[in-house]
Ligand binder design. Structure first.
Ligand code: ARG
Length: 488
């Protein structure tokens, strides 16, 4: 549901000034003419400046995405506390309530004990403890708070059962497991879009991998090799249960084969690409026509395009993270950073912008790959320091996997993960071992001809079926809302 108007306050003042505001649709706001509504402090210049600055900080520091990702972690850990005297844990982002069983412990008692241990929280409605940490909180501080909470609850439980107070002596519970739910067989069948390589060649240079002169030296052999690599890749996806929709290729558009750049598709809504490279702009009309046909068939619902002038190269630069419930957006090479706000608005999801600094890794999918169980493979040198910091903060250390130079330079990171299967064009022994140890099955399909265009498995496909809302029975651990949990 999308309200016509929202009243916002508190955080808008940045902790400095009491400021509130009404945010609404143009239709609603245009009811007022200038001067038609008097208000003593309305439009106060200092307050307005503070509010704008607070909004800028929220955007710059990616606080909405932090809240989503750390909130998922907080909920998972609280729910993992198991048989403590809690009846329900619910929340959205870093705004979480734990409903306690009043027959076992009172919320007020717990809040007092927590304060004694240095953790401030608030009891509401007698049985609920509300946690509302600052959105800038570090993960380590959050984990400390959860440990203290668990410890205090254990203490009350022990006291109730044995009449002995053991505050602080309780065994520290193991952290909740990383959500593995996404690894369960997805309900919706995987739908991929590919485009046949009939006209694929390297005859211009828009990234450092592309060498038209070298391609020309053995063009017929390379074209034949591209055809067989593409056919094997498609067969591999089909063997793994995917349905592949094939887009007709067009003469003179050699890079059209890289369908990851056609659009991003989420919740049956297509956000078309707007290419930064003039050489690829001819693909835009082809893509629109293809998705219009899909819509006519009822396979997607809506087609939208970025505002003019905002470059966006589709799923190559925008990855839906089903575990953290946010979209990672690559920028700095092809797509524009502002696309993070467009994506956030269009799909109503948090986004995190990651700046790419190496021209060889010009799309996010060349240096970042999300696995279904929450692991993230990345190639650190491709990212700016602040992008690396974001990744470290939002992804647990033990599931943030560094790709080595060998894998990155063979475009192995540009892979596709379908549940437990990972399709890639190359895998070093080390990468293979990591994948296998984590329960994935690597499938290597060599794509040498495409590598000459700077591309591999992921660029040759786009997912059409991804949904931001889990369906019943899926993603149990990362629900952010108790009613969904019950529905499951
Ligand atoms: N030669 C193409 C280009 O430079 C390759 C596109 C690869 N696509 C991707 N999603 N990384 O645009």
């Amino acid at each position: 549901m999308r309200p016509d108007g929202l009243i916002v306050g508190k955080a808008l003042g940045g902790g400095l000034l009491p400021v509130s505001a009404l945010v609404g649709t143009a239709e609603l706001m245009d009811v007022f003419e200038p001067g038609s509504h008097g208000s003593t402090f309305g439009g106060n210049p200092l307050a307005a400046r503070v509010a704008l600055e607070a909004l800028r900080v929220i955007e710059d520091e990616g606080l909405v995405a932090r809240s989503a990702a750390l909130g998922a972690h907080l909920l998972a850990r609280l729910r993992g506390l198991g048989s403590l005297p809690g009846r329900e844990v619910r929340g959205r982002g870093l705004w979480v309530g734990v409903d306690l069983d009043p027959a076992r412990v009172s919320a007020r008692q717990v809040v007092r004990a927590l304060a004694g241990r240095g953790l401030l929280s608030k009891d509401t409605h007698e049985t609920v403890i509300r946690f509302a940490p600052p959105l800038t909180i570090e993960r380590s501080a959050l984990d400390w708070g959860i440990d203290v909470f668990a410890d205090v609850l254990h203490g009350f439980e022990a006291q109730r059962q044995h009449g002995a107070v053991r505050l602080g002596a309780a065994r520290r519970p193991a952290p909740a497991p990383v959500p593995r739910a996404a690894v369960q067989a997805p309900r919706e069948r995987t739908r991929l879009m590919m485009s046949a390589p009939d006209f694929f060649e390297v005859n211009y240079r828009i990234n450092p991998w592309m060498e038209p002169e070298r391609w020309r030296l053995s063009a017929p052999r390379l074209a034949a090799d591209a055809r067989s690599g593409w056919t094997r890749l498609k067969a591999a996806y089909e063997r793994l249960g995917a349905v592949v929709e094939v887009q007709a290729p067009a003469h003179g558009l050699p890079d059209m084969v890289f369908t990851a750049n056609a659009a991003m598709v989420l919740d049956r809504k297509v956000l078309l690409a707007q290419f930064a490279c003039a050489e690829r702009r001819g693909e835009e009309a082809q893509n629109r026509a293809f998705f219009e046909a899909l819509r006519a068939r009822g396979a997607v619902d809506e087609i939208v395009a970025p505002p003019r002038g905002l470059y966006f190269e589709g799923a190559g630069d925008a990855h839906w993270d089903a575990v953290r419930r946010l979209v990672w957006v690559g920028h700095g090479q092809r797509s524009r950073r502002e696309m993070q706000y467009e994506i956030s608005e269009i799909y109503a999801v948090p986004t995190v912008a990651l700046e790419l600094v190496d021209p060889r890794f010009y799309h996010l999918d060349t240096c970042l790959c999300l696995l279904a169980g929450g692991e993230v493979i990345y190639y650190p040198p491709a990212f700016s320091a602040s992008a690396r910091a974001q990744l470290h903060e939002l992804v647990d250390r033990d599931i943030l996997i560094k790709a080595g130079d060998d894998d990155a330079h063979h475009l192995a990171v540009n892979s596709v993960c379908l549940a437990r299967d990972v399709v890639l064009c190359h895998a070093s022994g080390a990468l293979r071992a990591i994948l296998t140890e984590r329960g994935y099955r690597p499938h290597v399909v060599p794509l040498d001809s495409f590598n000459r265009s700077g591309e591999a498995a992921n660029c040759l496909t786009i997912r059409l079926e991804l949904q931001t809302r889990p369906r019943a029975g899926e993603l149990l651990f990362v629900e952010d809302d108790a009613s969904e949990l019950r529905a499951a």
